[in-house]
Structure formats: structure tokens, C-alpha cells
Write a protein that binds this ligand. Structure first.
Ligand code: AMP
Ligand code: GLY
Length: 430
């Protein structure tokens, strides 16, 4: 089969490398891809948000099946557009993608169907929003309604910070019309758990749980980023927590989307917080997480294409999804300065054909570019993700860091404590 994957990050590289293991896959195309993905697939310069361009490319290249992973093409309706062109695609249609595309929709869904989440109010008028913030006090969380490149959420420690977040979204329109409405919600505390799941709208199969590290600096300091590293499984996700999530969150969400006439088919991502009152939903995403995918898919032992096609066809119940009984750690190598301003075009040393020559870990490319002379250079904030597997979490962490140490570029920044909180949780339990 000829596959098409849309996107250009480390997540897409992990999806491509998992799909390549399928004996049914002959060829993978990626739009637009990056310097490292080009080692594994045919890349072409069509933007991931150019719906017409992607459909035209898929038609011209005889694509049999497409996988749409980033949020914006999903929210733009790319899956439906490919379907109309006769090309089946993995991912929710536009109406189901609203579960991530609109926080107001997602919060309304949870309120209507009794799914545990932070208490909240919605505002489309700035004075009312400011009045509410002053009345409720800090800490408090301000969220832009629409997609905001992961920057639309401010967990404010003070009222002044919350007021600035409200004004930035609603008055300065930092996120354009996507911040015209805001959700203001209760500040929750507890460890975070990411659970990606496959669902065809009837059956839901959670994947191995994981833990993201969103802050730029060690000890969870510094600004929020797209994610600086992940471990899987997440030790806070015990069998008891998993059972409670299935009963109170996962199944009710799938049923709620059906009841709203928006059946969800694809990867549904639950961002959870384990509060003292039990697990609550922090956010839904309509897609695979990045960099969660870089630790979850390497542990998958069932053919990913088989699962994806079953999701699209509504027969997920027929597939047995199996996982390695191992642990994984992904360390992100970022450009110095990220998530603020950073330099691009710096030569990357230590890789051969985009991978580590010893093969001790897998390298997923995010912001990399191959120059005409064949050299590989940095081309984004998050540059590479290095994933190692092992029988235990401490070993996986050690291997990932040992492997990451073999890669160099100027001003490279990585956190040194990916997995530390997970290890502490394991220690507490002994
Ligand atoms: P998001 O952009 O929705 O992934 O949110 C970014 C981060 O903000 C989350 O990973 C949480 O750490 C934090 N966050 C979001 N909502 C809340 C909340 N209600 N209480 C505390 N922290 C939150
Ligand atoms: N790692 C968080 C996300 O993909 O949204």
C-alpha cells in the first residue's frame, strides 16, 4: 500500500517509523516532512494546512490511505476532504475535531455529560471576565477558546497575571479570533497523565500511558513548551486509576460525542490530572500527542496500519492491540532559547542517515533540514527526540541520556531530569 502522512514533527516521524514496520506498506509519502523523515519516506513541500494541495497530491500519487496527525488540518476538515476524494484517512472529521478545536465545546460536553473536569465559566466580554477573575482570586487558569499553538493556556499564580492573560487574549487578540472567547477555570493540582487512545466511535482502546514534561527547564521551571521529554508508562496510572478513567471519562466521552452526532474516529488524547478527588480532564486533543507518541508507538507490538484501518472502518473491536512489557524514555534536544527566539541552520553532529550509528536508541526528527550538500542542520525549536526502551524505567532513562550525549549542535538545550518525577513516584510506592 501507498500511505500519506501529514505533518513535519517528531510525532509524525514516530508514526512513519511505526507504519514502516507493516509488511503491507510499500511506500510512505509525508507532507511536508523534514530532514530526518526524508530518510524514511518521500517528502514533498506541501503545507500541512493546504487541504486542497494535500488532496491533489494524494490523488496524483495514487495514495491508498492517509494519516492526518496535526491539530490544524484536522480542525480544517482534511479527513473529510480526503474521504470525498475517495481516499480513506485516519483521524476525526472536522466536527469531531472540535473536541480540541474549541475549549468551550469541550468544557460544555463535559458539563452536559458529567465528565470530571475543572469547574469553569465562559466569557466573550472582557469586563465580565476580569470581574470574575478578581472575584475568584488566584491561582486560576485562563484558556483561549480556539487553537493557539499550545500558548493559549495560562495557569496564573496571581490575579494580576490572570488579568494580563485575559487582556492578551481578548483585547490584544494575541491568538486572533481564537481568543475572542475565554474559558476561566479552577486551578487543579496533582500529577499529570497523558493517555492516547484508539477509538472508532464504539470501541475505545487506551494506549500505554505516558508523562510529558512541558516546562523548558529542570525541576519544572521556566516557560511552557511543546514538551521537553516523555516517559511511558506513567507510574501514577495504576490499574485502579485506569479502571476509573475508563468508566468515568473514556467511555462517557465516546458516548457523549456519539450523542452529539459527532462520532470520533481516530486518536483521542486525554490530558488528565490526578487530583485528590480522582482523575479529571485537563484537556482533550483530537490527535496523537507530541512527544508522547515518541514513547508510546515504539512500545506497540501490533501492526499500526491494521489498527488504523480498523478505526477508520469502525471495526476496532476485531483487533487485538498488544504492547511490549517495557518502559520508554524520550529526551528532546532543543535549540538554545526555545520556546523563545533561537537560531536555525546549525550543523548537527553524531548522526548517520539521521540515526545514531550504534542503534542504541531511535532518533525522531522534528526541526531538522538536509542541505543540498547532504549535511543535517537545525531548523526549529524542538530539533530531535531520542527514545530508548528498556525493561525498567531507570534503565530506559539512562539509555536515552547516554544516546542523546552522542549528538551535538551549538547551543543544544535538553532537560536533565526527564523521568525524575516518575522515578520518585515509583520510589514512594516501594
Ligand atoms: P494545555 O495547553 O491545555 O495542554 O495546558 C497546558 C498546561 O497547563 C497543562 O499541561 C497543565 O499543566 C496546565 N493546566 C491546564 N489546565 C489547568 C488547570 N485547570 N489547573 C492547573 N493546571 C492546568
Ligand atoms: N504533549 C502535549 C500535546 O501534544 O498536546
Amino acid at each position: 500500500m501507498k500511505l500519506l502522512v501529514i505533518g513535519s514533527g517528531g510525532r509524525e516521524h514516530a508514526v512513519v517509523r511505526a507504519l514502516k514496520k507493516s509488511p503491507r506498506v510499500n511506500e510512505i509519502h509525508v507532507l511536508p516532512g523534514n530532514g530526518g523523515i526524508a530518510e524514511d519516506a518521500v517528502c514533498a513541500p506541501v503545507s500541512a494546512t493546504d487541504v486542497e494541495g494535500v488532496v491533489a497530491y494524494a490523488r496524483a500519487h495514487g495514495i491508498d490511505y492517509a494519516v492526518v496527525t496535526p491539530d490544524d488540518p484536522l480542525c480544517l476538515g482534511m479527513v473529510g476532504a480526503l474521504g470525498e476524494a475517495g481516499i480513506p484517512a485516519f483521524g476525526p472529521d472536522r466536527r469531531a475535531a472540535e473536541i480540541e478545536g474549541s475549549k468551550v465545546f469541550a468544557k460544555g460536553l463535559m458539563r452536559k455529560y458529567g465528565i470530571p473536569t475543572a469547574a469553569y465559566e465562559v466569557f466573550d466580554e472582557v469586563d465580565a471576565a476580569l470581574e470574575y477573575v478578581r472575584r475568584r482570586g488566584a491561582p486560576i487558569v485562563v484558556k483561549a477558546d480556539g487553537l493557539a499553538l499550545g500558548k493559549g493556556v495560562v495557569a496564573a499564580a496571581t490575579v494580576a497575571e490572570a488579568e494580563r492573560a485575559v487582556k492578551s487574549a481578548m483585547v490584544d487578540r494575541a491568538f486572533g479570533d481564537n481568543g475572542a472567547r475565554v474559558v476561566i477555570e479552577e486551578y487543579l493540582e496533582g500529577p499529570e497523565i497523558s493517555v492516547l487512545s484508539f477509538t472508532d466511535g464504539n470501541t475505545i482502546v487506551p494506549m500505554v500511558s505516558s508523562m510529558d514534561h512541558k516546562r523548558a527547564l529542570d525541576g519544572d521551571q521556566g516557560p511552557n513548551t511543546g514538551g521537553m521529554g516523555t516517559v511511558a508508562p506513567n507510574p501514577y496510572y495504576t490499574p485502579e486509576v485506569a479502571a476509573e478513567c475508563m468508566e468515568r471519562i473514556f467511555l462517557p466521552t465516546v458516548r457523549a460525542m456519539n450523542a452529539e452526532g459527532r462520532p470520533f474516529r481516530g486518536c483521542l488524547y486525554f490530558g488528565l490530572m490526578l487530583t485528590k478527588d480522582g482523575p479529571k480532564v485537563i484537556e482533550y486533543n483530537c490527535r496523537f500527542g507530541d512527544p508522547e507518541t515518541q514513547v508510546v508507538l515504539p512500545l506497540l507490538r501490533t501492526d499500526l496500519l491494521d489498527i488504523m484501518e480498523a478505526v477508520t472502518a469502525g471495526r476496532l473491536s476485531e483487533v487485538e492491540v498488544r504492547w511490549a512489557d517495557e518502559c520508554a524514555c524520550c529526551v528532546i534536544l532543543a535549540s538554545g532559547g526555545y520556546p523563545g527566539a533561537y537560531e536555525k541552520g546549525l550543523p548537527i553532529m553524531g548522526l548517520e542517515g539521521g540515526q545514531l550509528p550504534g542503534g542504541e536508541a531511535e532518533v525522531f526528527h522534528a526541526g531538522t533540514k538536509r542541505l543540498p550538500d547532504g549535511s543535517l542542520v537545525t531548523n526549529g525549536g524542538r530539533v530531535l527526540g531520542v527514545t530508548a526502551l528498556a525493561e525498567s524505567l531507570p534503565e530506559a532513562i539512562e539509555r536515552a541520556y547516554a544516546a542523546a550525549g552522542g549528538i551535538r549542535f551549538e547551543k543544544l538545550h535538553m532537560r536533565r531530569d526527564i523521568g525524575a518525577r516518575a522515578l520518585a513516584a515509583l520510589g514512594e510506592r516501594r
